[in-house]
Ligand binder design. Structure first.
Ligand code: GLN
Ligand code: ZN
Length: 767
């Protein structure tokens, strides 16, 4: 029979219970025992949900209090000495690595945390020493949790991160030179021991995730798979059968690794949502007895699975392999999906019927497996309901807006280009804006005070009227203008006090978006985000930001910068549609933003910033055609949104990073008059690419870090500017912080900006 399987379940619980428990524990309001008990309760609940849904293969060890990679760091005793030396309780040592520890005379920052592939989840980086050793912790977590599930009557499939991915995703600690993959031989015995302990505990199968297989890998990492998996396979009956899991991309370019390394493993899992076309090739590389786990239920999105299509994919695998060698699975862990649709009480029924969150997806894998095993008649009702729901979505007025489609057909190539090249634009802008050398500005937001949040809540709850709220926002704008007057900045912003979130704010003002009340997904540690959902064709019924910007401009004596979130960031930080290509959605967003840009200009706003911090994270994981295609439509959407203005209007864009090396041509192609970028935590050398590529336009590399309350001195900022001037021409350089100031307090904000303006004034004298 075809079995059903889930690769991992979200950890937070129905009401973000884990977040609440963790934060209560960190705040000293929950005991350690109670936290651990809450973890256990959540694990049991999640197993039960999957069991009740009829899932055959249920994961264990997918749960983590903070992060699953961090679990492995601790389990392998790869704990840097700065944490281990304090002999904290294991759970406290674990949180110390995840989020830092500043208590009882101990002061140690967290380990580095970075994005998990192209998702919005962040993992803690294994941070390794030159003389690194590994040992298996006593009572290792996967064994413990396997037993826990067994006691509850569930024979689970433990999930562990594979040895090659664990090392490939790691880095050498500060001051260390070790190349992580060279530690493989030292690490493997620990995996051997773990697998044997799992077998002894009764596990017959284990899921070993090797997601790095979707990357283009350097040869040392490619070559590591063979010895690693030969060794683990050689354990034979002493270890559980191994399923090697990959996700978030195809592995066609690494099939030689499959041939060399995975001959003796029991099964391979591939993501057939992202890359259905890899199916046939992967099958050709399977051994005569190997099983294929087909990831056909999307672990990254909230849409109902199209049963008909998914069943076709699985059937085609079954034809070649037979029913016993095929598993129906989620494409990846469901970590990236919200817990359950049942919590949503406010969604329109029509729309709700199109969605499927983790709990619903568990049922989906079971239904698909049953349909293939026993024939469609065995699940006729579910199939019919699903096909009805697919039809409803495809034909709904909410998804299809003929006006939007018509407008997209009328988009021309010319609409992507500004009227003139940069030199002409710049001379117009100079006349018009009269900016000094080294112009100073900020990135948009000013401190979002408690008071702002209180008023916004009151307004959302209906405790104050729209007028009262508007008055309050105007007052906030007046205040930030006054501060900017005092600071003597050159280009002002209105401060964004009206914005809850840089994507949600726009989503709420656009047609085509829906919002949930409980659809949280873990971003990192206890932090969760609730992305808006793009359900249909997007359009802008009315101006979104003009009122605030116009008001701000009317009371300021310097140019006011309008502030928008760009099309790619709106797309990437939402759940996108899965029924039309993302480039189509980006173009719709771009057209809506284009209207906004033009309206801002008409309202007297002559500097307009379109933020695109998510541009880089959207980059496909591998270089090559897919990446180039993405960059081409991403760049087009930015240009389409900004090119409707006159030469004299200055277009800015902003990015929260300065690593552009991999895709500099795309950054240059945006043709933004001014780019503000993060730079204070990065090496100024990263700016070298701008001279190397003869980048002609203007750049504001952040002169100080806004993530910390620390106030940079004037001298420090001057030193920073001097460094930047090794790579940029004086008349190219803007002076600004790294990013928006919304998370800062007023006191340090004013002090830091005072020093920043003084540094700019000194440079104006000097040049
Ligand atoms: N304009 C936004 C702000 O200042 C930019 C935020 C971001 O880049 N993440 O808050
Ligand atoms: Zn930023």
């Amino acid at each position: 029979m075809v079995q059903s399987s889930i690769l991992g379940f979200p950890r937070m619980g129905r009401l973000r219970d884990l977040k609440k428990a963790n934060e209560a524990y960190w705040g000293g309001k929950l005991s350690r025992d109670d936290l651990l008990a809450e973890g256990k309760r959540l694990r049991l609940e999640h197993w039960k949900i999957q069991k009740d849904a009829g899932v055959d293969i249920i994961p264990s060890n997918d749960f983590a209090y903070y992060d699953h990679v961090l679990d492995h760091i601790q389990m392998f005793n790869a704990i840097p000495e700065r944490y281990s030396k304090h002999k904290l309780e294991p759970i406290d040592e674990y949180f110390a690595m995840g989020r830092g520890h500043q208590k009882d005379g101990i002061d140690v920052p967290s380990l580095e945390m970075v994005k998990w592939f192209d998702s919005n989840y962040h993992y803690v980086k294994p941070t390794l020493q030159d003389n690194q050793t590994f040992t298996l912790s006593s009572d290792p977590k996967p064994v413990r949790e396997f037993k826990e599930a067994k006691e509850a009557g569930i024979t689970s499939r433990p999930v562990i991160l594979g040895p090659v991915s664990f090392l490939a995703l790691g880095k050498a600690d500060r001051g260390q030179k070790v190349e992580p993959i060279t530690l493989l031989e030292k690490l493997l015995p620990v995996y051997e021991q773990l697998l044997q302990e799992l077998k002894k505990a009764g596990a017959d199968t284990v899921q070993i995730d090797e997601p790095v297989l979707v990357f283009d890998l350097p040869s040392k990492i490619r070559e590591a798979f063979k010895p690693a998996y030969q060794k683990l396979s050689a354990l034979g009956d002493k270890a559980p059968r191994i399923v090697v899991a990959t996700y978030f991309g195809d592995i066609v370019h690494n099939l030689d690794i499959v041939d060399a390394a995975f001959k003796d493993v029991y099964a391979l899992h591939v993501d057939l949502v992202r890359n259905p076309e890899q199916l046939d090739e992967v099958i050709q590389h399977l051994g005569p007895k190997q099983t294929l786990s087909c990831g056909v239920v999307d672990g990254r999105n909230i849409w109902k699975t199209n049963f008909k299509k998914a069943i076709e994919v699985v059937e085609s695998a079954v034809q070649k392999l037979g029913k016993d060698r095929v598993i129906v699975a989620s494409s990846s862990s469901l970590l990236h999906t919200p817990h359950t649709l049942d919590s949503e009480k406010k969604l329109p029924e029509e729309v709700k019927d199109w969605f499927s969150f983790a709990t619903q997806k568990a049922s989906e894998v079971a239904v698909i497996a049953k349909a293939v095993t026993e024939g469609p008649a065995s699940v006729r009702e579910q199939l019919e309901a699903n096909s009805k729901s697919m039809q409803s979505r495809a034909s709904s007025k909410r998804t299809n807006d003929p006006e939007v489609k018509k407008r997209q057909e009328q988009v021309t190539k010319e609409m992507h280009d500004r009227q003139s090249e940069f030199p002409t634009r710049y001379s117009e802008q100079k006349k018009h804006l009269k900016l000094p050398m080294f112009p100073t500005t900020t990135i948009g937001s000013f401190p979002q005070t408690q008071e702002i949040r209180v008023q916004r809540n009151k307004f959302t709850k209906g405790d104050i009227t729209a007028e009262e709220y508007e008055k309050f926002i105007e007052k906030e704008i007046q205040d930030v203008i006054k501060v900017q007057d005092e600071l003597n900045l050159d280009v002002y912003v209105h401060g964004e006090p009206e914005r809850n979130d840089m994507v949600q704010y726009f989503g709420e003002r656009l047609q085509g978006y829906e919002f949930t009340t409980h659809a949280w997904v873990q971003s990192y540690g206890s932090r969760c985000v609730r992305p808006p959902i793009i359900v249909g064709d997007i359009s802008r019924p009315a101006p979104m930001t003009v009122k605030e910007s116009k008001y701000a401009a009317s009371i300021s004596k310097k140019p006011m910068k309008g502030m928008l979130t760009g099309p790619i960031t709106c797309l990437r930080w939402s759940f996108p549609r899965d029924d039309v290509h993302q480039s189509v959605q980006a173009q719709q967003l771009a057209l809506a933003l284009r209207d906004e840009v033009v309206d801002l200009e008409a309202a007297g706003i002559y500097v307009i910033q379109v933020d695109e911090p998510a541009l880089r994270e959207g980059l496909p994981l591998r270089s090559g055609k897919e990446r180039e295609d993405y960059l081409s439509w991403a760049v087009d959407s930015f240009k389409l949104s900004t090119a409707g203005v006159k030469d004299s209007t200055q277009i800015h864009s902003h990015f929260c990073y300065s690593e552009f090396q991999d895709f500099f041509h795309a950054i240059a192609a945006l043709d933004a008059d001014v780019l503000s970028i993060e730079n204070s935590k990065s090496d100024a050398k990263l700016l070298k690419v701008f001279i190397d590529e003869a980048y002609p336009r203007h750049i504001g590399p952040g002169v100080y870090d806004i993530h910390s309350p620390r106030v940079p001195s004037e001298q420090e900022i001057k030193d920073r500017l001097d460094e930047m001037l090794q790579y940029l021409k004086p008349d190219q350089l803007w002076v600004n912080p790294d990013c928006g100031l919304k998370t800062r307090q007023w006191k340090e904000t004013k002090e830091a900006l005072t020093n920043m303006v003084n540094a700019a004034l000194a440079f104006r004298e000097k040049y």
